[in-house]
Design a protein around this ligand. Structure first.
Ligand code: GDG
Length: 480
């Protein structure tokens, strides 16, 4: 596979022959997925904030006479899909085999880096063969990006799956402007030092001109590690390495706030939200929405809810807790155990506090369509966002964007990137059961005036700093 990509690259004349796009996004996944429509298969744009934010920027580039491109995996193992045009954007697939996915994606990305970067909530597994595959797949991404990028193009690499790409790409194409953004947290020296390939990973990232993080603390950790292990020198804006200035900064990601707000206001959406409310017998709704991931603190949240019921602060005929947990990374072992644990807790709580036709916890394990999700946000009196560690957390922002009546209370973990911006939420330490119980109690009792004041502040922040602002501020820093 690696040889196929290198051959393609060399056949195209290597770095001497420049590709088509002058703005290229490189991400693990392409922004499209293969779907069956009317008995035929076709490419369809994938939902999600990152795609929604970057597609218009790439399209604008095309309209202005340039060309936007995206390099990534199709989501189909062993696929040899050819490059194609979708919505005016060059889509360049990176082929990945089933065996490589096991090592590069499930292994090094999701069983080593994901737990390590999320404060070792689960023990990271360090396996050299996974790292070697990660390196090989990263090299393939770099080579394909090198052949896609026009001379002096801007290339923006996304996330922890591709941390070696910036340096690999710079070695192939020193003419490029290279940016990197990490969507998950970046740990402190004490934790990061565990990584057997720490120096390689740091040098990989330092190949970029701008390395962006969700929060200042992450950027500071990276600058510290770059000087400690990679011999970089601190500067006012980042670090210097081999005579090259590298900007290191925080660029907190956000959502398409206007789109969520407009959707929530639609009459059919309001009707759906009202129907949800009727379905739960008019009870107050506490809501949790997460990927089923051990970083999200779903179990601790359920235990806090149980305590509220145990102590009688909450009565099951007055309040319902709706937890939506969309399945994710099902093939990774650590996730299977989590699912049983959560389902057992839900079962216990409902066994003890449910009634005929009235559950205490309404648990949904499915991917909800966006309109249903937004109607749930609109129906929820209290949103519980209690991850143990989270780069940003977009759910908190989506909830706020859905509350066009300026009501509802957000309870937010201090260990999310979002908590640094959303200080008008009720901020909690998810490990502190008493603290979470106290915050939910306060949220239930909060008067409309205080709730409205807090929500207005939160909404102003979410509308001023949307995902378009995020993308533009990163790119303008990169091209400055
Ligand atoms: C990573 C970082 C960072 C969830 N259930 C459904 C559904 N979702 C959507 C939400 C939201 C997204 O998934 C989850 O985003 P988060 O930010 O909360 O968390 P991660 O998936 O862990 O994202 C995180 C993010 O990257 C961006 O940089 O904030 O820290 O871990 O948009 O709405 N969407 C639909 N149905 C569901 O059932 N349609």
């Amino acid at each position: 596979m690696a040889s196929k990509a290198s051959t393609q690259f060399e056949a195209a004349g290597g770095a001497a022959a420049f590709g088509k796009s002058d703005l290229v996004i490189v991400a693990n996944r392409l922004p499209v997925k293969r779907v069956e429509r009317d008995g035929e298969s076709a490419w369809e744009t994938s939902p999600g904030g990152l795609v929604a934010a970057l597609m218009p920027i790439l399209q604008r580039r095309t309209e202005q006479g340039g060309a936007g491109g995206w390099v990534g995996w199709t989501g189909i193992p062993d696929s040899d899909a050819e490059p194609f045009l979708h919505d005016g954007i060059h889509q360049t697939p990176v082929p990945i085999t089933e065996a490589e996915l096991e090592a590069y994606y499930e292994g090094l990305s999701n069983r080593t880096l994901w737990p390590l970067y999320h404060d070792v909530i689960r023990p990271p597994i360090y396996r050299r063969s996974w790292y070697q595959t990660y390196e090989r797949v990263n090299q393939r991404f770099a080579e394909i990006a090198a052949s896609e990028a026009a001379k002096n193009a801007v290339v923006w690499v996304q996330d922890y799956h591709l941390q070696l790409v910036p340096k690999m790409l710079r070695d192939l194409r020193p003419d490029l402007k290279i940016g990197f953004f990490l969507h998950i947290p970046f740990p402190s020296r004490g934790l990061f030092s565990q990584l057997p390939w720490r120096r390689e990973m740091l040098l990989g990232l330092l190949g970029a001109d701008v390395v962006g993080f969700q929060a200042t603390a992450n950027a500071d950790n990276f600058a510290d590690l770059a000087t400690w292990f990679a011999g970089a020198e601190k500067t006012d804006t980042g670090v210097k390495l081999d005579g090259r200035e590298i900007v290191i900064d925080a660029f907190p990601i956000s959502i398409d706030s206007k789109k969520i707000d407009e959707l929530a206001r639609k009459p059919e959406q309001r009707e759906l939200a009202a129907r949800f409310k009727r379905n739960v017998g008019g009870r107050k709704i506490i809501l949790g929405v997460d990927r089923m991931d051990y970083t999200k603190g779903i179990d601790l949240r359920l235990l806090a809810f149980r305590e509220l019921l145990d102590t009688g602060v909450i009565r099951p005929d007055e309040v319902v807790f709706i937890q939506s947990a969309v399945p994710t990374r099902d093939t990774v072992d650590e996730y299977a155990g989590l699912r049983s644990k959560i389902e057992e807790l839900v079962g216990q709580i409902n066994g003890d506090f449910g009634d005929v036709g009235q559950v205490a916890v309404q648990y949904l394990r499915q991917s909800l369509p966006l309109d249903k999700l937004v109607a749930l946000y609109a129906a929820a009196d209290i949103m519980l966002v209690t991850p143990l560690r989270d780069g940003m957390n977009l759910v908190a922002k989506e909830y706020v964007a859905s509350r066009f009546n300026n009501d509802g209370v957000l309870v937010l973990s201090e260990f999310t990137g979002a908590a640094k911006q959303m200080t008008a939420a009720l901020i909690v330490n998810p490990h502190d059961r008493d603290g979470v119980v106290g915050a939910v109690t306060r949220a239930i009792q909060m008067g409309a005036e205080e709730a409205g004041k807090r929500m207005r502040i939160l909404r102003t922040g979410v509308f001023e700093n949307d995902v378009y602002h995020w993308a533009e501020s990163f790119l303008s820093r990169l091209t400055a």
